[in-house]
Structures are given as structure tokens and as C-alpha cells.
Design a protein around this ligand. Sequence first.
Ligand SMILES: Cc1cc2nc3c(=O)[nH]c(=O)nc-3n(C[C@H](O)[C@H](O)[C@H](O)COP(=O)(O)OP(=O)(O)OC[C@H]3O[C@@H](n4cnc5c(N)ncnc54)[C@H](O)[C@@H]3O)c2cc1C
Length: 425
Amino acid sequence: MNIPQVNVPRLVIIGGGFAGINLVKALGNKPIQVVLIDKRNYHTFQPLLYQVSSAGLEPDSIAYPLRKIIKRYKNMYFRMTKVRSIDAEAKEIHTDIGVIGYDYLVIATGTKTNYFGNKAIEAHSMPMKKVPQALNIRSLILQNFEQAAITNDKAARKALLTFVIVGGGPTGVELAGAIAELKNQILPKDYRDLIASDMQIYLLEGGARVLSTMSDEASKKAARFLTQLGVLVHCNTFVKDYDGKKVTTNLSLQLESETLIWAAGVTGDVVKGLKAEALMERTNRYKVNAYNQVEGYPDIFALGDIALMASDAYPNGHPQVAQPAIQQAQLLGKNILKLMEGKPLKKFKYMDKGSMATVGRNKAVVDLKHYKFGGFFAWFIWMFVHLMALVGFRNRVLVFFNWCYNYINFDKASRLIIRPFYKLK
Ligand SMILES: Cc1cc2nc3c(=O)[nH]c(=O)nc-3n(C[C@H](O)[C@H](O)[C@H](O)COP(=O)(O)OP(=O)(O)OC[C@H]3O[C@@H](n4cnc5c(N)ncnc54)[C@H](O)[C@@H]3O)c2cc1C
């Protein structure tokens, strides 16, 4: 891997997501060698992926080069490769470009899409966890519009213009709202040969309400906002099958649709090699103690979405959102230095800053500890928080400019089919 051997301990981080990059920042220019490994050469700001999918933002405004993050620290190295396995006994990890030893290892690999074992859905649906997947969705939506414009067959046109989103969590809700804005603002102007009311957006949720991790109030408001935008929200509805043409649910609802976007769940992106006992099987998350040490491995830590730290307040682990990943990484940075100096470590305590979701222009919901609200002010807060959380000044400027432009012009600037998406036949 061409990493020099130096006389300070080596810490290897697998994953340059929220956890990985915050650990990098916490250990920058400290007396430890840090090797960051990721299969991509950029950090993805996943909360805004849905805006790439719905043609609101270009991908380069939500992705950030990992080398640009580490370049300011002399003790850091980056290698772009996929980690295949961990050999905890030899204290080595095996990657596509070779083997590297470690003194401390941090697993921050996040999650991947969970299809709950349904191979048909996996083969035919559109996931939205990565930048290329978001671009696939953007292409498919626009290709469907183009195809619908030249199709005389009414049923075929209807299927092209029926968009089904599965999963009523923040991702599904935000994406449904954004696609509804495409229908309401873009379709009538760009595609005068199509009738906007022919386009249908369904949001199918297996549970009793959308945004089930937020307050009842937020759920109700979000459902109302979606309905106002023309999204057809169906709760208690499980998708059982999708063959690329027909969506079958547990109810009598069956839909002919060329597009099914799967936002119904994630599972840990585990690296092979650790003992089965270290893993919570159902969710594929590593069991960690209050210092993020993986059960049975004092030198291996797990952070963020992939870590399951059970506590009285969070018996099933912390929510799989950015804040636990960021806060755990910041503390682990300090704890690693303490560990090297033989000092006692500090336990992790999660500070819940609240949760929020946006449905569209002037429509968002925010749940704070003592205050819950929705509407324009919530939307403004949502925009401010996301803008500030983005990595890199340039990205913040790009996103801010795009949002202002979209707001004033009722426009979505990135309606380009750069790389066509070909569906499985
Ligand atoms: C569409 C979407 C919307 C979201 N919206 C929000 C939101 O609004 N607010 C919020 O707080 N949270 C949101 N989340 C959740 C949030 O993005 C995650 O909780 C957060 O990214 C977790 O950070 P992490 O560092 O644990 O993992 P990630 O950010 O997922 O990073 C994992 C990294 O590990 C790398 N990796 C994985 N396996 C390997 C391997 N074997 N070898 C090398 N590299 C590997 C990946 O390439 C990736 O860069 C959203 C998630 C998604 C998917």
C-alpha cells in the first residue's frame, strides 16, 4: 500500500463518511499515523442525495474529495480501495490493493440498502444510497418523461409517469415531495405535450404513519404537506413484489409502474473477519461498549451507523443518522489519544439535537426536545442546518445559489440525462 512505517502507532479508518471524516479531523497533526481507506475518493453528504435524484442539485455540490480533507494534516494517508476482510489476530486488513497492519482499527463503513431478502425487488428497484444511484434515478425520471412524450399507448404512458416510492422515512418523504415539485413546476413547462395530472407519485409505507421516528404531530403535518403536493400516501402498505412493471402489495393496491424507488431500509455494511458474537445479526451492526470498542476486540472500534451501542436511553442503539456518527467520532479521537497515554477513557453520551424533514418549498417539520413545529420557519431551519452541515465552503455556496435560484424561478437546474440509465428487461 506504500504507507511508510514510522515510530508512532498506526490507526486505520475504514470509511470516509460522517464518522470517518470527523475522526480524521479529531486526529489531525497528532502523534499517530492515520490511514483513511474508502472505496470511493469522496465523502457523500447523503441527506441531500434526494435533491440529486430529483434534478435539484448536481452531485459535485454534495460530494467532497477525501484527499482534500486530509491534505492539511501531515500524519494522514488516504487509499482508495475496498476493504475485504479483517484479520484481528494478525492485526491486518485485506483490501483490493494489498494488506496493511494496524495498531488501532476503526470500522466506519455505514450501511447499505436492505431488500429484506426480496431478490425481485433488488433486481428491479432503484436504491438511493450512493451518488451514482441518485444519478440513475435522475436519468430514469427524465428518460421516462421523454419516453412518455412519444408514447401513444395510454397504459404505457401511465406506467412511465407513475413513480412509486417505498418507505415513508425522511428519505422517502423528502424524495416524494421533490418529485411532486418536478410534476407541479417542471412538467407543465418543459413537457407541454404531456398532461401533468397523468403523472402520479405514490408513497407506500409499511407502518401506520410516515416519519415514524418523529412525533405524531410531525407525521401528520408531513402527510398533509405531501397530500397538498399531490402525493398519494398509503400507510400500512407493504410492497411484496415488483417485476419492473407491476408493483404488488399486501393490500388490493396494485400499480403498473416503470419506476420503483426503494427507500425502505438499510442494514450494516459489515466487513468479514470478526467473530459472529461481535455482530448484532438482525441489523448487522457491531456491538460496541460506551467507548465504541467492538465487543471482544480492545483495539477495534466501530462508529456511526455500523455501531450498536446499547444504553438505557437507547436500548437498540442510537438512531442511524449523522449526529451520533459525528459525536462518536469526535469523542473517539480524544479517547484514542488518552489510550496511547494510558489515561482513562471517557464514556459516550449522545446529545440529541432533534430531527427534521422537508417535504418541499416552505414545507418542513422539526422536532426539538421541547418544541415541535412545521411550515415555513421549519423549512428555513432545515435549509440552514443542512447548508452548515455540508462539507466544504464551495459546496455550501453552490447549494445556496441553487436553492435561491430554484426558489425564485420555481426551477430545478440539473435536468440532464448525462449518463442514461438502462433498466433490466
Ligand atoms: C438518502 C439518505 C438520506 C439521509 N438523510 C439524513 C438526514 O437528513 N439527516 C441525518 O442526520 N442523516 C441522514 N441520513 C443518514 C446519514 O447519512 C447516516 O447516518 C450517516 O451517513 C452515517 O455516517 P457513517 O460515517 O456511519 O457512514 P457513511 O456516511 O455511510 O459512510 C460510510 C463510508 O464507508 C465506505 N465503505 C463502506 N464499506 C467499505 C469497505 N468495505 N471498504 C472501503 N470503504 C467502505 C463508504 O464508501 C462510505 O464512504 C441519510 C441517509 C441516506 C442514505
